[in-house]
Write a protein that binds this ligand. Sequence first.
Ligand SMILES: O=CC(=O)O
Length: 325
Amino acid sequence: MAAENPNFQNTDPPTVLVHRFPTFDFPPGNRLSTHFHLLDPITSPPTSPVLLHSIRALLCVGPVPVTPETLNRLPSLQIIVGSSAGVDHIDLTECRRRNIAVTNAGSAFSEDAADYAVALLFGVLRRLPAGDRYVRDGFWPVNGDFPLGFKLGAKRVGILGLGSIGSEVAKRLAAFGCSIAYFSRKKKTSVLFPYYENAIDLAANSDILIVCCALNDETRHIVNKDVMVALGKEGVIINVGRGPLVDEKQLVEFLVRGELGGAGLDVFENEPNVPKELLERDNVVLSPHCSVATPESFEALQDVIIANLKAFFSNKPLLSPVQKD
Ligand SMILES: O=CC(=O)O
């Protein structure tokens, strides 16, 4: 038992406590358990409070909340290794206070998330899901040609959050001939794209807004009514970040009143619930929070998790620490 074995945490492989919803796990065949002793309270017998007291590393699988109560049970905790790009489910303030390091999925998901943002954008502009329904439902022979879509090339794209995902979006849309501008926490010295100091100015100078920033107190509802007005009647919003980055109630009203051109949404404020007004709109493409969900991404994620945990247990710099500022 851990209390009788003060070196428990130094055993090989090192112990990592798993924190997850019962319904949420890695796909079968994960490689983590070949490197670490994974202690999963959902599949193992109840974990004793004494053992919990000795845990130094927590692996957070999926968006399960890490609250001050979770952390109180783990007084020796030094690192939380997250398995998602966003870490809004982890109480970062409390982690900072307790000096607990937090890591995220790093760039494991960035290419898939960026591909998906572009796919949603094509879906909205060229009306792909609506065209698919038109064919399947037998309207083509009866009603004739399908209404025109819009060209992607030469559109002005504003990216909210030019991090790892946003940069991949920029690369892809630049290749389609779009002009790129962005708003981020900070202006990036290494980037030549025009920078706007706030989301409203970015929207006023964009045809399309792609939302891919982290969710926190500063960015909650960053896409609000004023940003929607600035984007204008033809404007398109794509969200592959988190639902609460967009004021969903306002978004619905703007779409219903025809004051926005369309939206492509992989994330929602109250998942898995989607406002019913969106279900019947052909200029809206809906998706069940799966922009990063490919076997290739999950393979890359395991590399990032293993690298972070190995670095932690050997006192080396972490691969993907979450920014402290
Ligand atoms: O939503 C997915 C993620 O944050 O990784």
